[in-house]
Design a protein around this ligand. Structure first.
Ligand code: ATP
Ligand code: MG
Length: 658
């Protein structure tokens, strides 16, 4: 294939070609919610009318006066409109024939089960909303939620939404320090937690950890504790309350607060892959419109579906596509508490088979773990209920895409590769599964009504083929963030100052093919500069993952006297392969064959694990620190600190360098 020069103005070189294309099966197309691309043109010619049409599918207490007010960098959507998110996700379904349909089917790691119909959910949300009120929580107050993946997590969020309190969910796997900082940043008045949870057979002592945090969170007045497992905990009299006792003593009904479309629904911190997490603000009307519409159009959800998103609700994926989107759409949602490899590596496939999951949404990091473990695990189960698959969180390497398509979807299920961020609130780029052809590693077109572009350093669109640039969103969208909690300057600085015209800077690189499909190239902070070629991490990593032995790869730039930087690779191997000098040579040659000599890794480190955030994303910035022999940067969002210690040691002892 050889090396291609980077054409003038390109920010990224275009190295890896992909020409596999897949059509959605005719049987899928025929039943799809959206089966022709006409909506795109209509939305493009009048986006405000398009969004207003979708907002109209929600239940409003008062209609809006204006669809959009935009004054960079602040948008107001559905100005003057009033609605309540919990009414939209629960009450309006409980009034219809969906009343006795399962809203949430929950499975604990131990195998315990609970099913909440929309009517059950209605009752639980009402009771807990009354309980929050009894603790003095009012509209605009912040409530921190630190729970395992149990139904009370969704109930707690919806109860906050019902009374107009702002929830701030902190992922249950975070440490006491991380919880403390997030509580203090939000100045939360109440914390909702549990006596504990289960993860990989171990008890996660949430209340115990929360007690540590609570020593330094003077803003917290009350703590509500869900009894998950009868784990021993300390009760702080006057401050701590059992959830089940609280709800016994309150009104069974709680009138919903009629919220302004622009009232804050929640704040949530980003994953911290690139640096210190930001408390992202989302409001009510636009957000709900965006997540409900994308749920129906991209996941093709219907009443008959059993939908499972494997993310934790502690991340935005869980907020938008476990709670608000699917429930607003009236779907049946599966929720699972535990790990994918507990008690065995087929747990997910067991769940798919048991509940007859039809739509399955997970992350590339999970797919690469499944590949590493081997195809025999999904093969043990009947996965024939599945009809649509999705991914989110990182670029998906073509090899992982193909594995997912073949071993999970059995070549029957379209895959939606959905690009979005905590900040965007909703999916912005994805194929529409009943309309578009699929191309591995290409997310597809922007969602109808969304305008995205690929810009160079000057903010000029990069036309045509042969390279990539910065992904920018050039028009406001309904679910967009409304700021960073307590830090308007950082909001402005981070997203709106890259260019001197109006465009949201995503911090991601992308390229486009001749059909206008977007391929995400990784984070712009991670780009390598080798002899003047700007190389995307995604492309070199994908070339490595393409090798039969490699499960995961992370590539970072390592300083080099002559070439500026050279690629340094960290890889984990699939089951049954062992590291060694011969394999290292082989991997380097494989990259040369796939991409060209320019991308040849200078060094390959065989790792047991790669450093990841708690949401499973590879943290290349820590690998860069290791490769440069620097002190490690912020590690608070790192899932397992022993991983970097081990890699540091390995790196210092030296792989074979050339
Ligand atoms: P931080 O901003 O704090 O560093 P983060 O960016 O990891 O954390 P999230 O908002 O959870 O926090 O992740 C959004 C990012 O995930 C995107 O900007 C992109 O880099 C990556 N991403 C998400 N979905 C996709 C996808 N389908 N393809 C490629 N990349 C994706
Ligand atoms: Mg980010």
């Amino acid at each position: 294939m050889g090396t291609r020069e980077v054409p003038e103005g390109r920010v990224f070189s275009d190295l890896l070609a992909e020409d596999r294309l897949f059509d959605p099966p005719a049987s899928f197309r025929e039943q799809a919610n959206i089966s022709d691309g006409g909506a795109r043109a209509a939305a493009a010619s009048d986006p405000e009318a398009f969004w207003a049409g979708l907002a109209g599918e929600l239940e409003w207490d008062r209609p809006w006066d204006r669809v959009l007010e935009w004054e960079t960098p602040y948008a107001k959507w559905f100005v003057g409109g009033k609605l309540n998110a919990s009414v939209n996700c629960v009450d309006r379904h409980a009034r219809t024939r969906r009343r006795n349909q399962a809203a949430i089917i929950w499975e604990g790691e131990l195998g315990d089960r609970r099913t909440l119909t929309y009517w059950d959910l209605y009752r639980e949300v009402n009771k807990f909303a009354s309980a929050l009120k009894s603790l003095g929580v009012e509209k605009g107050d912040r409530v921190a939620i630190y729970l395992p993946m149990i139904p009370e997590l969704a109930i707690g969020m919806l109860a906050c939404a019902r009374i107009g309190a702002i929830h701030s969910v902190v992922f249950g796997g975070f440490s006491a320090e991380a919880l403390r900082d997030r509580i203090n940043d939000a100045q939360a008045k109440v914390l909702i937690t549990a006596d504990g949870g289960y993860r990989r057979g171990q008890i996660v002592p949430l209340k115990h950890d929360a007690d540590y945090a609570l020593r330094e969170t003077p803003c917290i007045e009350h703590v509500v504790i869900v009894r998950r497992g009868d784990f021993p905990i300390r009760i702080h009299e006057g401050r701590d309350h059992w959830w089940h006792r609280l709800v016994d003593d309150v009104e069974a009904k709680c009138e919903p607060e009629s919220m302004d479309a622009e009232d804050i629904l929640y704040t949530l911190y980003t994953s911290g892959t690139t640096g210190k997490p930001k408390g992202i603000i989302h409001t009510t009307g636009g957000y709900l419109t965006g997540v409900c519409a994308t749920t129906k159009w991209i996941f093709d959800l219907k009443d008959t579906d059993v939908y499972w998103c494997t993310a934790d609700i502690g991340w935005v994926t869980g907020h938008s596509y476990i709670v608000y989107g699917p429930l607003a759409a009236g779907a049946t949602v599966v929720m699972y508490e535990g790990a994918p490899d507990w008690p065995e590596r087929d747990r997910f496939w067991q769940i798919v088979e048991d509940y007859g999951v039809t739509v399955f949404y997970t992350a590339p990091t999970a797919i690469r773990a499944f590949m590493k473990w081997g195809a025999e695990y999904p093969a043990r189960h009947d996965l024939s209920s599945l009809r649509l698959l999705g991914t989110v969180g990182e670029p998906i390497n073509p090899e992982a895409w193909m594995w997912y398509y073949e071993h999970i979807g059995k070549q029957r299920c379209p895959i939606v590769d959905t690009w979005w961020q905590t900040e965007t609130g909703m999916i912005l780029i994805s194929t529409l599964p009943g309309v578009d052809r699929m191309k591995p590693s290409y997310a597809g077109h922007p969602f109808p009504g969304i305008e995205a572009d690929i810009l160079d350093d000057q903010g000029k669109p990069i036309e045509g083929q042969g390279g990539g640039g910065y992904l920018a969103i050039t028009k406001p969208w309904p679910a967009m963030l409304r700021g960073i909690w307590g830090d308007p300057e950082r909001y402005q600085q981070q997203y709106w100052t890259k260019w001197d015209h109006d465009a949201y800077f995503t911090s991601d690189g992308a390229k486009q093919d001749s059909d206008g499909y977007f391929c995400l190239l990784g984070r712009v902070d991670d780009v390598l500069n080798v002899s003047g070629h700007r190389i995307s991490t995604m492309e070199v990593e994908s070339a490595l993952v393409d090798h039969a032995s490699v499960a995961e790869a992370a590539v970072v730039g390592v300083k080099h006297e002559v070439r500026g930087e050279v690629p340094g690779a960290f890889v984990t191997l699939r089951q049954g392969h062992s590291p060694g000098p011969a394999l290292e040579t082989d991997l380097k040659q494989h990259v040369v064959n796939k991409i060209g000599a320019i991308a040849r890794p200078h060094q390959v480190i065989f790792a047991g694990e790669l450093p990841k955030t708690r949401s499973g994303k590879i943290m290349r910035r820590l690998l860069r620190d290791i490769a440069a022999g620097r002190v490690l940067g912020d590690t608070t969002t790192l899932a397992d600190s022993s991983v970097v210690e081990q890699l540091k040691k390995q790196y210092e002892e030296g792989g074979q360098e050339e």
